[in-house]
Design a protein around this ligand. Structure first.
Ligand code: DGY
Length: 331
């Protein structure tokens, strides 16, 4: 296989992962500073056997049809809402993702946002840098405790569970809501309690979102949901931007209907909602959930393994549309 099969990688990834791929296939990498444009992507996939997009490239039927040799779409990311999996399945194309390797880094980042938004770290940093600090005062930049509060976790998948484990160290009461209730054993182990979404919104001091973006979760946290929350509540989103209606979030933050927010992911990345940019009580990050060298390297190697396995006719380890593999033998 070496030297024959072509893999197109839509963005640079950490060197070790690029090396891993380069030594096993004919690798072409888009090296631009800007995100790859549609035209460039369509040209690049023309003779690609394998495609490794990142979570920002929209891989739809048009891209698949422009790639007659394509045999696998190995997404660099755990979320794969950027890929039209239905269109891939209809074409018999395996789609893969990179679960598990980014769970802890993403949970760390989400917990950082919980702390940063609750304790007004962004405001404090801007205050110091602007040269406005004139000395310690008992009423300066008062945030709210995180320790001992009620944490509402929306989505108790791997990352939600990793958040619940961290919350234990902060003596938090952890409630969660999910389309599917977790097994009792896991609830006991994590010390979490399942509640309805309405109850989660009402009781949470901090709501942290760890659900996938699917039609059912689009704008799940909109004006109506935000109205049900405490005025002192903090909302954190490190999952996918469109789960939150950003316009409604900005309005709630501006009106003091909730206290603060931490936002790592955005509805129209890389655009940030202009109303959020005007607010002090929101911490804004550029989708950093998995952004550590170790994690982004591990994601690259896992994406590479998925891609190379499919190209070698073996079932990739993280197949998200297993129906395409039925009938292909045990490989
Ligand atoms: C993912 O993998 O889905 C993340 O959003 C990337 O950090």
């Amino acid at each position: 296989m070496r030297g024959k099969l072509r893999v197109f990688l839509c963005s640079r990834i950490p060197e070790e992962a690029e090396r891993y791929l380069r030594s096993r296939c004919r690798l072409e990498i888009y090296r631009g500073e800007e995100l790859i444009g549609r035209g460039r992507l369509l040209r690049a996939v023309r003779d690609a056997d394998g495609l490794i997009p990142t979570v920002t490239e929209r891989i739809d039927a048009g891209v698949m049809d422009a790639a007659p040799r394509l045999r696998v779409i190995a997404n660099y990311g755990v979320g794969f809402n950027n890929v039209d999996v239905g269109a891939a399945t209809a074409r018999g194309l395996p789609v893969t993702n990179t679960p598990e390797v980014l769970t802890e880094a993403t949970a760390d980042l989400a917990f950082s946002l919980i702390l940063a938004a609750s304790r007004r770290l962004g405001e404090g940093e801007r205050y110091v840098r602007a040269g406005r600090w004139r000395g310690w005062k008992p009423t300066q930049l008062l945030g709210r405790d995180v320790f001992g509060k009620t944490l509402g976790v929306l989505g108790m998948g791997r990352i939600g569970q990793a958040i619940a484990r961290r919350a234990r160290g902060f003596s938090m009461k952890v409630l969660y809501s999910d389309a599917r209730r977790a097994p009792a054993r896991l609830e006991r182990e994590l010390g979490v309690r399942y509640v309805s979404l309405g109850s989660l919104l009402k009781q949470a001091d901090i709501l942290t979102i760890h659900a996938p973006l699917i039609p059912e979760t689009h704008h799940l946290i909109g004006a109506a949901a935000l109205r049900r929350m405490k005025r002192t509540a903090v909302v954190v989103n490190a999952a996918r931007g469109p789960i939150v209606d950003e316009g409604a979030l900005a309005a709630a933050l501006r009106a003091g209907r909730i206290a603060a927010a931490g936002v790592d992911v955005h509805e129209r990345e890389p655009a940030v909602h202009p109303e959020l940019l005007k607010l002090e009580n929101v911490v804004l990050l550029p989708h950093l959930g998995s952004a550590t060298l170790e994690t982004r390297t591990a994601m690259g190697i896992l994406a590479a393994k998925n891609c190379l396995a499919a190209l070698a006719g073996r079932r990739p380890p993280c197949l998200v549309n297993p129906e395409v593999w039925r009938g292909r033998g045990r490989g």
